[in-house]
Design a binder for this molecule. Sequence first.
Ligand SMILES: NC(=O)c1ccc[n+]([C@@H]2O[C@H](COP(=O)([O-])OP(=O)(O)OC[C@H]3O[C@@H](n4cnc5c(N)ncnc54)[C@H](O)[C@@H]3O)[C@@H](O)[C@H]2O)c1
Length: 250
Amino acid sequence: MRFAGKTILHTGTAGGLGAETALAFLREGARIIAIDKDSAKAAMLKEQAAAENLDGLSMHEIDLADIAALSETLDQAAAEIGGFDIVINNAAIYPFRAAHEFTLEDYRAVQAVNVDAGIICVQKALPHMREKNWGRIINMSSVTISGGWSNLAPYVQSKGALIGLTRAWAREFGQFGVTVNAIAPGAFPTEAEKIHPDPEGYSRFVLENQAIKRRGHPRDIANALMFLASDEASFITGQTLNVDGGWVMT
Ligand SMILES: NC(=O)c1ccc[n+]([C@@H]2O[C@H](COP(=O)([O-])OP(=O)(O)OC[C@H]3O[C@@H](n4cnc5c(N)ncnc54)[C@H](O)[C@@H]3O)[C@@H](O)[C@H]2O)c1
């Protein structure tokens, strides 16, 4: 039980990568405060956890764009359980159209979910982490920041912002025993991929670009998250780990 006694604040938990991540951490004894607004998917995840007799999942079905509701939920949860040891900023929205068709409001709406909510999560978790002199913050970025994708401008902007925050937070929180890293997933066949008009052609494109000739599985992300959240990763901070089958090599 590698994460027994640890509480994880996780956003976008009911999604393609989030659900697998949550189950993996639950199997290792973690308690998860999960935020996702999709009730149907949240119900499915709860069923999956129950089918495996996994305790410790606490789902909160709120909209991360509603900062007041998010703050209140996190304050309540922290008061009940004593705070969060690990934050995984995973939720994202990814509207898909030409850059010039996005309004400034569109950009702001994406930042609100993909970045601002994560800032609140970190602000709410930090006091407990400082007290414990131990914490892990992991931001989910994306392979799209490497520049190979069109029609995702606000999303790519938000993923770049998360890498900037990863570095800025890492610099300041290291003194409190808190590491901050980002994961940049490659292309995983989840809901996010359905935005592409030709799924089979897209899958071929992915495999051509990857050094490893199989599609990624959400487990690959869960494994990387578990490493960065572990004690073994205590000397790694401010980094972005590409988990993309060897697509981007930097
Ligand atoms: N799947 C991929 O190939 C891929 C590639 C690169 C990066 N990523 C990143 O990995 C993370 C997870 O991606 P995924 O594939 O699981 O996506 P997903 O769309 O399957 O899951 C995202 C989850 O976030 C939730 N969410 C979105 N907006 C919300 C809001 N306002 N309030 C509450 N919940 C909200 C959704 O309900 C959903 O369950 C994201 O940050 C994404 O950008 C994924």
